[in-house]
Ligand binder design. Structure first.
Ligand SMILES: Cc1ncc(COP(=O)(O)O)c(C=O)c1O
Length: 375
């Protein structure tokens, strides 16, 4: 089975370990094991908890403890609505695999994480892309969405908060999208891996699983919880969907690692502390980025409302890949070219890394831009 190259992942594999200032990072500054145990007050007790563990496959769907605490992140979910997966990437793949057959109409709001269009395309779906545009603040045009649905629509895919634009669909717009989906009896898959990083209020985005009877939310420990190294995610959704998912999951997961499950449970039992830290980083760092953009004549953007990334538009006559390769070679700063996500003319910045990395990285980009601008 053929599938298109995953642009962003290929870019990261090529470059991520060769940069000095990683402004392509999309996780909120990752925690060390020690930092996690410190904030959870578990530094002295963890070994006692882990040593007696017999390393079997463990609980197949994820431990009850973990599924309960994941369910508590939502308004209307319980353990039975949660299945644990290998990251959000595993969660998304399982949902597509379970729902999409050749010829099914799948509508995907783009730009987004490439899984959501390249996987259904590889299955022979009737794929329709709904393009987010700067003039709409990167929010979906619902009249356009309405015009794309038909009776054969199986799935509508969103990423909210959005990667790469940082746009945030609020609850009332999400509800309008559920109205459109309900009329054609389609599922909505909402990738909520950045949930918890809204710039306003408590930071918690409304979740599709709570809003729609055929709503599926995927998420993970990677971004807002700063623990990508656990490689642990989940699907929250209707029970009958999860039963169908588990048939596919038996073929590619069995279970996640018991130690990962245990550490994720500890982290989510302290979710308030971790999310407070993430909010502080994303809010302070975005203020820093905003001041920088304001002062850079060649750069403009739509200020993100949530998430960890923004699309920077640059006023220079060069491709985004050329820009990023030269930036990396000259300064050691890593951005992601818009071309890797079919957004030529833009650069994606991940602004939630450690504040010093953002500050020093942006300073170097300023010098680089001055050099280019004066030519
Ligand atoms: C929107 C989106 N979904 C899913 C993923 C994969 O996340 P995970 O590390 O949980 O597999 C990413 C990673 O960048 C992402 O941006």
């Amino acid at each position: 089975m053929k599938i298109t190259d995953f642009g962003v992942e290929i870019w990261m594999n090529e470059t991520e370990n060769h940069c000095e200032f990683n402004l392509a990072e999309t996780c909120v500054d990752s925690l060390t094991v020690e930092e996690l145990l410190d904030l959870a007050g578990k530094k002295d007790s963890l070994l006692d908890e882990i040593l007696p563990m017999r390393l079997s496959y463990g609980a197949i769907d994820g431990s009850d403890r973990l599924r309960d605490v994941v369910a508590s992140l939502y308004g209307k979910q319980s353990r039975e609505n949660i299945v644990i997966t290998h990251g959000a990437i595993g969660a998304n793949e399982l949902v597509h695999k379970t729902l999409v057959s050749p010829g099914d109409r799948v509508i995907c709001v783009v730009p987004t994480y490439q899984q959501h269009y390249s996987i259904p395309e590889s299955y022979g779906a009737d794929l329709q892309l709904l393009q987010l545009r700067e003039q709409n603040n990167f929010l979906p045009d619902l009249a356009e969405l309405q015009s794309l649905v038909n009776d054969n629509t199986r799935l509508i895919c969103l990423t909210n908060p959005n990667n790469p634009t940082g746009a945030l669909i609020d609850e009332s717009m999400l509800l309008q999208i559920t109205d459109i989906a309900r009329r054609c009896d389609a599922y909505i898959l909402c990738d909520e891996v950045y949930r918890g990083t809204d710039q306003q209020g408590d930071g918690i985005t409304a979740s599709m699983a709570d809003l729609y009877e055929k709503g599926i939310s995927t998420a993970s420990m990677s971004k807002a919880f700063s623990l990508a190294g656990l490689r642990l995610g989940w699907i929250a959704g209707p029970r009958e969907l999860l039963e169908a998912v588990s048939i596919h999951r038996d073929y590619n997961t069995i279970s996640v690692g018991m130690i990962d499950d245990h550490l994720a449970s500890i982290a989510l039992e302290n979710s308030e502390t971790i999310l407070n830290r993430s909010r502080e980083i994303t809010r302070n760092n975005l203020a820093m980025l905003d001041a920088w953009v304001e002062n850079e004549p060649l750069i403009s953007y739509i200020k993100p409302k949530s998430g960890t990334t923004a699309l920077l538009k640059y006023d220079l006559d060069m491709s985004s890949r050329e820009f990023c390769l030269k930036l990396l070679a000259d300064t050691g700063v890593l951005f992601t070219p818009g071309s890797a996500m079919e957004m030529e003319g833009y650069l994606r910045i991940g602004y939630a890394n450690h504040p010093d990395i953002l500050k020093n990285g942006l300073q170097r980009v300023s010098g680089f831009l001055q050099g280019l601008g004066s030519k």
